[in-house]
Ligand binder design. Structure first.
Ligand code: TYM
Length: 362
């Protein structure tokens, strides 16, 4: 049995097989709970403005799942440096992302929120897994090909081996579930393949993780080119940033590309712009696409765009408000990240030690 002490909340965490026992320090004494919750891990890069795509495809789902799982939400800053980053900006964005996690409703007392570079286990397991990954597998990664096209002047080895580091992130904690947008499906698949290969040689070391993709909005599309994914590296008007002011959101929605027809119906092929707006509303307002089609029967694209703007503003405004408050106390954010990184480090040694033993390092 492994034992971990989490100083902040006077919590002791015992991990025995897949059963996690929590000992909670309360004023009245120590209360013991059996916690058989599964483990959830996900990460977001602090490499720029976060978009509505990041929110709907990932962060919102983190929020919905946080009570059901033991959750680990990572600020994956090591992934971010596969593209050149300005150091002071990266430092700030790490804190901003941690603040956005919390502002979006992720409870820092219940979930482990920390920065990847503060937990050396990620880099250590990455190296081991690199030796169990074939170049042929990495050559098939579509995101690598996209990034090469976008950054022809900086095709570095980190970009190439990026999926292995992502596999290490996930496998380091015995993760059961990984909520991500659909653009990460291929990366998740390779993580499962690497884990299965390793287990095939050394026995049951890694848990084989499942992906979690929300019902709607697993791929939020660009507002100016709805055939492409919404991305922070695109032009300003093509994405809504999580921190965009309400009037900016309204303006961007108004300019969203639709089509030359007038009918509001869901059809990804023929009507990608309209379908994207319907999906955004459906995801954020918890209404089915069919209900929305009925609601908008006989109405125009202007109505649809107004409704989309209303729904997005209603979702993001409280987050923005909370984010501002949190960013005013950077010391709190940094202390929280430091403490959680310590806990994550301790947790990571459970799997890492097992891996090292199996391959002959111990
Ligand atoms: P990143 O930082 O590009 O994006 C973070 C999350 O947002 C989702 N996402 C979207 N979902 C729907 N529509 C969109 N337009 C959209 N854009 C982004 C992404 O799918 C992702 O879930 N490699 C990852 C980060 C990572 C990670 C991990 C994730 C590193 N290690 C381990 C899970 C587990 C990435 O680049 O995400």
């Amino acid at each position: 049995m492994d034992i971990y002490v989490i100083p902040r909340s006077f919590t002791v965490l015992y991990i025995y097989d897949n059963i996690v026992l929590l000992v909670l320090g309360t004023k009245e004494g120590v209360k013991m709970q059996e916690n058989t919750k599964k483990i959830l891990f996900s990460g977001v890069q602090p490499s720029g403005t976060l978009t509505l795509g990041n929110y709907i495809g990932a962060i919102r789902n983190f929020n919905l799942l946080q009570d059901e799982y033991n959750c680990i939400f990572c600020v994956v800053d090591m992934h971010a440096i596969t593209v050149r980053q300005e150091p002071s900006l990266l430092r700030r964005r790490r804190l901003e992302l941690a603040a956005l996690y919390i502002a979006s409703g992720l409870d820092p007392e219940k979930n482990l929120i920390y920065c990847q570079s503060q937990v050396s286990g990620h880099a250590e397991l990455n190296w081991v897994l690199c030796c169990f990954t074939y170049m042929g597998e990495l050559n098939r990664m579509t995101q690598f090909k996209d990034k090469v096209a976008k950054h022809p002047d900086n095709i570095n080895a980190g970009l190439y081996t990026y999926p292995v580091l992502m596999a290490a992130d996930i496998l380091l904690f015995g993760t059961d579930l990984v909520p991500v947008g659909s653009d990460q499906k291929q990366h998740l698949e390779i993580a499962r393949d690497i884990a299965t290969r390793f287990n095939g040689i050394y026995g049951d070391v890694f848990t084989i993780p499942d992906g979690y993709f929300g019902k709607a909005g697993t791929r939020v599309m660009s507002l100016s080119d709805p055939l492409r994914k919404m991305s922070k590296s695109d032009t300003e008007d093509s994405f809504i940033a999580m921190l965009d002011e309400p009037d900016v959101i309204r303006r961007k929605m108004k300019r969203a590309v639709t089509d030359s027809e007038t009918e509001i119906r869901f059809d990804r092929e023929q009507k990608p712009g309209v379908s994207n707006l319907l999906e955004i509303i459906s995801a954020l307002d918890n209404v089915s696409i069919e209900q929305l089609e009925q609601e908008f029967a006989g109405k125009g694209y202007g109505d649809l765009k107004n409704r989309a703007a209303d729904v997005v503003i209603a979702a993001l405004e409280p987050i923005q408000h909370e984010h501002k408050k949190l960013m005013a106390d950077k010391a709190y954010l940094q202390t929280m990240l430091d403490k959680n990184a310590e806990t994550a480090s301790k947790l990571s040694y459970r799997i890492l030690n097992k891996v090292y033993r199996k391959i002959g390092f111990r």
